[in-house]
Design a protein around this ligand. Sequence first.
Ligand code: SF4
Length: 220
Amino acid sequence: MRSSNSSSTTPAESGAAETFDALLARVRACTVCAAHLPYPPRPILRASPTARLLIVGQAPGRRVHETGIPWNDPSGDLLRQWLEMTREQFYDVSRIAIVPTGLCYPGTANGGDLPPRPECAPLWHPALRAAMPRIRLTLLVGAHAQAYYLGKRRGRTLADTVGAWRDFAPDLLPLPHPSPRNRLWFKRHPWFEAEVIPMLRERVGAVLAAGDNGGARNPS
Ligand code: SF4
């Protein structure tokens, strides 16, 4: 196994598939924060050099950790509903990359999942993004993704950040986490379903339909 905490060698944007594969292999061999994880590290991500949409969530939950498939849970079902995508469309890695803020399951405390490990995003996101030069839109799903990508540009509340989506266009789009536990938030903020979801579908459809990787289709 190669050392996982050596400095990341950023592949050139035009890097060969082998270079991308080598990066993925280094990510998948990472053990940097193993001492803080409840199980041996299992980084869960989907990425390819042709992807045009990047979905950044928080960290895998236990079910995702066990299956190795990101968004393979009720939150993923709702996210696919927002996107009007089938599972087949959603998991087409040639078009859609899925890289959470923390790649490994961080465990639980007080009945809830722990936040993503803080080492993870700074360690891997810059290299992975550089290796995916065709990304045109990044969905920041939930507060952790927004904290990492928006920093001080983030609003005071989740509603402030999501409601200010125009400020982050066209590259970034903040969204609430589609966890069933957030049902009350959705109910209290009906503008999200009325205004943001239609805009989300339109933008994702445009980004994927404009694909230059051949065979790109509108997901709707
Ligand atoms: S959470 Fe991230 S930094 Fe920690 S072991 Fe997994 S891939 Fe490495």
